[in-house]
Ligand binder design. Structure first.
Ligand code: HEC
Length: 210
């Protein structure tokens, strides 16, 4: 076959030539194999069911949702290690200096807050969280209070019923850690507040033990 196609003159192939010619160009009758055509038809028949299952809007089926669920489950597992955190000054300051927990807070932020506060907290609809000025925050524990209760008459939604108490503390620690990065975004709003309290001194020893 390949031989006859390469020189195109084998007379035994004459019967395969279709009986039309355009500008002297002739065409062999070379249909696609049956298995190929049925595979193609099968893919098309399968696609609406696939699409409806994964993209039809049912929660928890897409790869992205599955990842979020796995991440949240993993985070909750880790919570067994730290018990239930209370949203007070000492706890937020303590976790603000534990990098691996700040990362958990960051994942909470990325999952829930960037639509309004920007990818890195630079501000969008909500204020810039990387500058020195705050509207609703005077002390570090006010961050958790604003997150739990909301602010601005609901413009900042309340999260107490949507986040685990530990997630609130850890995302507060992450937000507190953003201060001073001064990312370009929304202009500073509110008033300048006092520095965050320093890390408790015994923290260093604890950090070394880990
Ligand atoms: C629907 C948009 C929206 C979402 C989502 C949102 N925020 Fe806000 N946030 C706002 C707005 C608007 C304000 C300012 C409220 C005001 O004007 O008093 C605000 C204020 C804040 C403040 C106080 C800032 C200040 O200057 O006093 C903190 C802290 C904060 N948000 C953290 C978060 C965190 C953490 C999340 C995610 C868990 C989050 N926000 C999700 C809109 C949002």
């Amino acid at each position: 076959m390949s031989k006859s196609q390469s020189n195109g003159t084998n007379s035994s192939d004459e019967s395969l030539i279709m009986d039309h010619a355009y500008d002297g160009i002739e065409e062999y009758d070379n249909p696609l194999p049956g298995w190929w055509k049925w595979l193609f038809v099968g893919c098309i028949a399968f696609s609406p069911f696939y699409w409806m299952f994964y993209h039809g809007g049912a929660a928890g089926r897409s790869v992205e949702d599955q990842y979020g669920i796995a991440l949240a489950a993993n985070t909750r597992l880790q919570f067994a290690e730290i018990g239930e955190l209370s949203p007070d000054e000492a706890t937020i300051v303590k976790y603000m200096h534990k990098d691996s927990w700040v990362k958990v807070g960051e994942s909470v932020f990325k999952a829930n807050c960037i639509s309004c506060h920007g990818r890195d907290g630079e501000g969008k609809i909500g204020p810039n969280l990387t500058d020195e000025m705050f509207k609703n925050v005077n002390k570090i524990e006010d961050i958790a209070k604003v997150i739990n209760e909301g602010a601005g008459g609901g413009a900042m939604p309340k999260w107490s019923n949507r986040l685990h108490p530990n997630e609130v503390v850890l995302v507060s620690a992450y937000v507190a850690s953003l201060r001073g990065k001064d990312l370009a975004g929304r202009i500073p709003e509110g008033k300048k507040i006092a520095e965050w309290p320093a890390a408790p001194p015994e923290e260093d020893e604890e950090e070394k033990e880990e």
